[in-house]
Design a protein around this ligand. Structure first.
Ligand code: SAH
Ligand code: SF4
Ligand code: F3S
Length: 501
């Protein structure tokens, strides 16, 4: 009787988000099993193991997505090649600036050449550019050899699409022109635990959240990546623990605005709490994060960094502009004064932290005086490094409607900003002459035989004599010869230079 009474309630109960995500994982795992059969058939036809190549563009988020695509392709039975001469090529696109778009179309055009020499080759396109209707239309019209197009919200369905490509079925897809095209406007799904093939054995990016709610007026990211969604802290910690058990010593927590992390969860958690929990996972020797937002970075986060030596002495702190008028029109929601105050607070709490930044030159309406203001902030904060970008108009963003700056003037501003950040970066780099610091050996130096390239906690690069056996391990290195933005040095037994706090 009791059971009977309960049954209707159970049947009527709405599926929770977690249950939906878990069910989707099971679906995709089934597709992955099926994909193995198709790849096996392809192998029999080719008489060798089928190959894949992921051509990746854009930011750390995309790099992480590329590892997910690789993981799925490798599980299906493909092996990686270094270039696009593969049986399955996938382009993971970026659209943050126009040159990223052009770069992709150039590569895709050249893919037809590979295609001609390999009738079994399949070509897929995904990523941020595919969230823009005009790009999907262009691919449908002008690139008949593309087999599959999907976007950022449905990457977890890749196993299903992969089967679709080899079956060439069109049940739930638009296969006009024999293409599978599936683009979603948004999603609330976060499907955990599909396979991932890491590019580096010793370090890994970890998504802590997806999307962005900030709508800076120049930026396309909120349109192509959707609204902010945080992953559950337990899932993140579990992933870090698994990575650590697998030999990973450095993790980078990824989000467009990490300071917003956790606010949308049923049990809200702050970014600082997450950062601390990650830093305490045994075996994790270095924790990085990208990107904090100057309007939101918290004192709590700075204190967590200070307390944990294994959290990188590096804060990427994107200025974008040092002019209050421009910041307002960019919708950055901080003033130059607030930015300077927060940057100097970082220097005070974590004196050995490097502060790096992003700056945009030529935002609509920018005058020589606005550029002067930006240079003034650069001088006051003394950035350790900076990326300077020429403003690129993105369709559909508010800034695209504003009056654009003439090209000549943009270039003049860009050159002045670049000179100022280079000055500041050189000065900050030179200050570390003679210090001993802990470095993670990342790779063999391709240009200089007998050398390896290491990275300090503060993100500085140092080249030291060594070999491949050092990769993924930590060494104390002495910074001996400053070459502008990087160093030459030696591994040493000397202890690290005391940061003085
Ligand atoms: N969420 C991060 C990074 C976003 S994209 C942040 O807020 O900093 C990385 C950088 O690209 C930005 O910091 C910005 O400097 C630059 N960028 C974004 N849109 C741009 C555009 N339309 N033109 C030029 N640079 C742009
Ligand atoms: Fe773009 Fe601004 Fe979001 Fe960064 S914070 S991704 S610049 S909208
Ligand atoms: Fe580019 Fe998308 Fe990243 S537009 S910068 S790849 S979020």
């Amino acid at each position: 009787m009791e059971n009977e009474a309960k049954a209707p309630e159970r049947l009527l109960r709405k599926e929770s988000v977690e249950e939906k995500d878990a069910r989707e994982l099971v679906r995709q795992e089934k597709y992955l099993e099926r994909a193995k059969l198709y790849v096996g058939e392809l192998e029999a036809v080719l008489g060798r193991q089928p190959t894949y190549h992921v051509q990746n563009f854009g930011c750390q988020m995309n790099a992480r997505d590329a590892e997910k695509l690789s993981g799925i392709l490798e599980t299906a039975g493909f092996t990686e090649t270094a270039d696009e001469s593969a049986d399955f090529v996938i382009y993971n696109t970026c659209t943050v600036r126009d040159n990223a778009d052009q770069h992709f179309y150039g590569r895709l055009g050249r893919a037809s050449h590979w295609r001609k020499s390999n009738p079994y080759m399949k070509i897929a396109v995904c990523g941020c550019m595919m969230q823009e209707a005009e790009n999907v239309a262009k691919i449908k019209k002008s690139y008949p050899y593309v087999n599959l197009v999907f976007g950022t919200h449905n990457l977890f369905r890749f196993p299903e699409y992969l089967c679709g490509v080899y079956e060439n079925r069109g049940e739930q897809f638009d296969i006009r022109g024999k293409k599978i095209v599936d683009i979603w406007d948004s999603t609330d799904e976060i499907v955990e635990d599909l396979p991932v093939a890491r590019k580096y054995p010793y370090k890994s990016g970890i998504n802590i959240m997806f999307g962005c709610n900030n709508f800076c007026t120049y930026c396309i990211v909120p349109y192509v990546r959707g609204r902010e969604r945080s992953r559950e802290p337990k899932d993140i910690i579990q992933e870090v623990e698994r990575l650590s058990a697998d030999g990973v010593v450095e993790v980078m927590l990824l989000g467009q605005n990490v300071d917003s992390y956790g606010k949308d969860l049923a049990d809200p958690v702050s970014f600082a709490q997450l950062l601390e929990a990650v830093a305490e996972v045994p075996g994790i020797r270095r924790v990085r994060f990208m990107t904090p937002h100057p309007k939101d970075i918290s004192e709590e986060t700075l204190q967590v960094i200070r307390r944990h030596k294994n959290i990188a002495r590096h804060v990427h702190f994107p200025l974008q502009s040092g002019s209050n008028e421009i910041l307002k029109r960019m919708n950055r929601r901080y003033t130059r004064e607030q930015f300077i105050e927060r940057a100097l607070r970082i220097r005070e709490v974590i004196p050995d932290a490097a502060i790096t930044t992003d700056i945009i030159a030529g935002f609509p309406g920018e005058t020589a005086k606005d550029v002067d203001d930006t240079i003034d902030v650069i001088r006051k904060v003394r950035f350790d490094n900076a990326y300077t970008f020429v403003y690129s108009m993105r369709h559909g963003t508010p800034a695209a409607q504003m009056e654009q700056v003439p090209e000549e003037q943009v270039k003049e501003g860009f050159d002045r900003i670049l000179a100022a950040v280079q000055d500041s970066a050189k000065e900050q780099t030179a200050r570390q002459q003679g210090m001993v610091k802990e470095a993670l050996c990342e790779e063999v130096n391709a240009q200089l035989e007998g050398y390896v390239t290491c990275r300090l906690s503060n993100n500085l690069i140092v080249h030291v004599p060594g070999d491949a056996s050092m990769i993924g391990r930590f060494f104390n290195v002495k910074l001996e010869e400053c070459r502008g933005f990087y160093y030459f040095g030696h591994v040493t037994d000397e202890p690290e230079t005391d940061p003085g706090y």
